[in-house]
Ligand binder design. Structure first.
Ligand code: ADP
Length: 491
C-alpha cells in the first residue's frame, strides 16, 4: 500500500481514537443527569466530537409513554450557522496561536513538541465543547421548536407511524432519508431537519431513555457509514453515562431521605422525652412529700413500697435524661464546653458514689491501677465524668457477680490512656463497630437480661468528639472488654 495512504489512514484512526477518548472523558466528569444531557448534545455537534451540525434529544416519559422533544443544540438558520462556525473557528485559531507561542514555530519535529501538541489539542477540544454550550445553551430556538412535539412509542393504529417509531422498530442506529419518508414527520419538523438524519436509541437496564437525532444541515459533508458506526457506540456510552447519573441520583435521594428520617427520629425522641420529664418530676415530688410523712404517717410496709416507687421513678428520669441528651447532641453537638486542664483521678473519685448502688447489687469491685499519678489532661470536667460513669456502669452491668472492674491510667507520650477493663460477657467482633450507634444493643431481644436503652455509648462517642478525646474497644466473648479512651496531657 502507498505510504501516504497508510499515513492518512493511520491519522484517521488516531483522530478517531482521540474523539473517543475526549467523549469518554467528557461523559465521566459529571454525575448530574442535566449535565450528562448537555455533554451528550455538545459532543455530537462539536468539531472535535462527532461533528454533526445539530443534535436533538427526544426524552422518554414513562407516564405518557411518549418520546418528548426536550433539547436541541446547533444553529437554526443559515445566518446562525455562519456565526456558530465562525465562533468555533475563532476559538480554534486563538488556541492554535497559543499553542504555537508555547511550542515555538520551528520545533514541529521535536517529540516533546508533539506531546504538548496532543495535550493542547485535548484542551482545545474540551474548550470548544464548553464554549459552544455556554454560548448557545440548551435553551434556544431549536429547542423551542422541538419541545412542542410528543411521539407515542406504541403505535396501535395503522398509519400513525412516525420517524421515531421507525427507529424503535429497527432497534439500531439508522439513517433516514427525510425527503423520501415525508409522511413520517410532522410538517414543522420537515422544515427543521436536513434532507438526511441519523438517529440512535439510548437504552439502559431500566428500558428506553431517549432517542438522539442528528443532521448535517448547513454543512457540505454527508452522513456516511463511519458516522453511523460512531453514533452507534456513542449511543451505548451515553446510555451508560445516563444510567450512572440515574444511579447516583437515586443514591443521593435515598441518602437525603435517610437523613430526613434520622432528623424525624431525633425530633420525635426529643419531644417524647421532654413530655415525659414533666410528669415524672411531679411524681417524684409527690412521692417525696408522702415519704417524708408530710401528708400523714406511714407504716413500714408503705415506706418500703414508696422507696421502690421512688427508685424506679429515678431510673426512668435517668433514662429520659439520657434520651434528651442524645437528641440534643445529635441535633446541635456539644454547646457548652470548657476545655481546661482537669484531674482525671479526682473525676473518677467523684463518680464512685453514683456507681455504688449498681456495684453493690452486682457485688462487683472497682479497682484503680496506675504506675505514677495520672497527669492533668485537657478536657471538660462534666463531660469526662459522664463518659467514665457510662463506661464503668456498663463494665459493672455486664460483669458476673463477684468479678472485678479495673480502671487503668497510663501515660503514652503526650496522651493519657484511660482503660476501663472488665471480665464480663464480652462483645462479638462483628458487633464491635455497631455498639456506638444509637439504640444498638448486642442482645436486643425483649427477654434480654441487661437493662438499658442502648444510648450510653453513642452519647460517649458524641461527647468525646467534642471534648478532645478518642475511644477504642477490644473485646472477646466470654473473656471481657477493654474500653480505651485517650486525652491530650496538659503541658
Ligand atoms: P446500654 O448499655 O444501655 O444497652 P450502651 O450504648 O452503653 O447501651 O451499649 C450498647 C451495647 O454495647 C450494650 O447493649 C451491650 O450489648 C454492649 N456493651 C457495652 N459495653 C459493654 C461491656 N462492657 N461488656 C459487654 N457488652 C457491652
Amino acid at each position: 500500500m502507498d505510504i501516504s495512504i497508510l499515513t492518512k489512514n493511520l491519522k484517521q484512526i488516531l483522530e478517531q481514537t482521540q474523539i473517543i477518548n475526549n467523549i469518554h472523558a467528557a461523559l465521566s466528569i459529571t454525575n448530574k443527569i442535566e449535565d450528562v444531557s448537555s455533554i451528550i448534545m455538545s459532543a455530537l455537534i462539536s468539531k472535535h466530537g462527532l461533528d454533526f451540525s445539530r443534535s436533538f434529544l427526544f426524552l422518554y416519559n414513562p407516564k405518557t409513554e411518549c418520546l418528548e422533544g426536550k433539547y436541541a443544540l446547533g444553529p437554526s438558520t443559515e445566518e446562525e450557522a455562519k456565526e456558530f462556525f465562525e465562533e468555533q473557528n475563532i476559538e480554534e485559531k486563538y488556541l492554535n496561536g497559543l499553542l504555537e507561542n508555547i511550542n515555538g514555530k520551528d520545533t514541529k519535529d521535536n517529540i516533546i513538541s508533539n506531546i504538548t501538541d496532543t495535550l493542547y489539542s485535548n484542551l482545545r477540544s474540551s474548550a470548544v465543547w464548553i464554549d459552544s454550550l455556554q454560548k448557545h445553551g440548551l435553551e434556544n430556538e431549536l429547542t423551542n421548536q422541538i419541545s412542542k412535539h410528543c411521539f407515542p412509542v406504541t403505535v396501535k393504529k395503522k398509519g400513525k407511524k412516525n420517524f421515531l417509531t421507525q427507529v424503535l422498530e429497527q432497534k439500531q442506529c439508522i439513517k433516514i432519508d427525510v425527503i423520501k419518508n415525508k409522511n413520517l414527520f410532522p410538517k414543522d419538523l420537515l422544515k427543521i431537519f436536513d434532507k438526511t438524519i441519523a438517529a440512535v436509541i439510548l437504552k439502559t437496564k431500566k428500558g428506553i431513555k431517549a432517542i438522539i437525532v442528528v443532521d448535517r444541515k448547513f454543512s457540505s459533508r454527508d452522513i456516511d457509514l463511519i458516522d453511523i458506526k460512531n453514533l452507534e457506540w456513542f449511543g451505548i456510552h451515553s446510555a451508560l453515562a445516563i444510567e450512572n447519573a440515574e444511579l447516583f441520583n437515586d443514591l443521593e435521594n435515598a441518602y437525603k431521605e435517610l437523613k430526613e428520617v434520622e432528623k424525624l427520629k431525633t425530633n420525635f425522641i426529643s419531644i417524647i422525652s421532654h413530655e415525659l420529664r414533666t410528669p415524672l418530676t411531679s411524681i417524684l415530688g409527690f412521692v417525696e412529700l408522702i415519704s417524708k410523712e408530710k401528708v400523714g404517717s406511714l407504716n413500714d410496709q408503705q415506706k418500703e413500697l414508696l422507696q421502690r416507687v421512688s427508685k424506679n421513678t429515678f431510673h426512668l428520669v435517668h433514662m429520659v435524661n439520657d434520651l434528651i441528651q442524645l437528641a440534643e447532641l445529635e441535633a446541635e453537638g456539644l454547646m457548652e464546653i470548657k476545655l481546661t486542664p482537669i484531674d482525671p483521678l479526682s473525676c473518677f473519685m467523684g463518680i464512685l458514689p453514683k456507681l455504688e448502688q449498681r456495684r453493690k447489687t452486682r457485688r462487683v469491685d472497682v479497682e484503680v491501677n496506675f504506675k505514677e499519678p495520672p497527669p492533668k489532661i485537657i478536657s471538660d470536667e462534666r463531660t469526662l465524668e459522664k463518659i467514665l460513669y457510662h463506661l464503668l456502669d456498663n463494665a459493672i452491668k455486664f460483669s458476673p457477680e463477684h468479678e472485678k472492674v479495673i480502671i487503668h491510667f497510663d501515660r503514652d507520650d503526650k496522651k493519657l490512656v484511660i482503660t476501663v477493663e472488665d471480665h464480663g460477657i464480652g462483645i462479638p467482633k462483628e458487633k464491635l463497630r455497631k455498639i456506638f450507634d444509637s439504640f444498638y444493643q448486642v442482645d436486643s431481644s425483649l427477654s434480654r437480661s441487661y437493662e438499658g436503652l442502648g444510648v450510653g455509648l453513642s452519647i460517649i462517642r458524641l461527647l468525646l468528639s467534642s471534648s478532645n478525646g478518642e475511644i477504642d474497644v477490644h473485646s472477646e466473648v466470654g473473656v471481657g472488654s477493654k474500653f480505651i479512651i485517650k486525652y491530650p496531657i496538659a503541658e
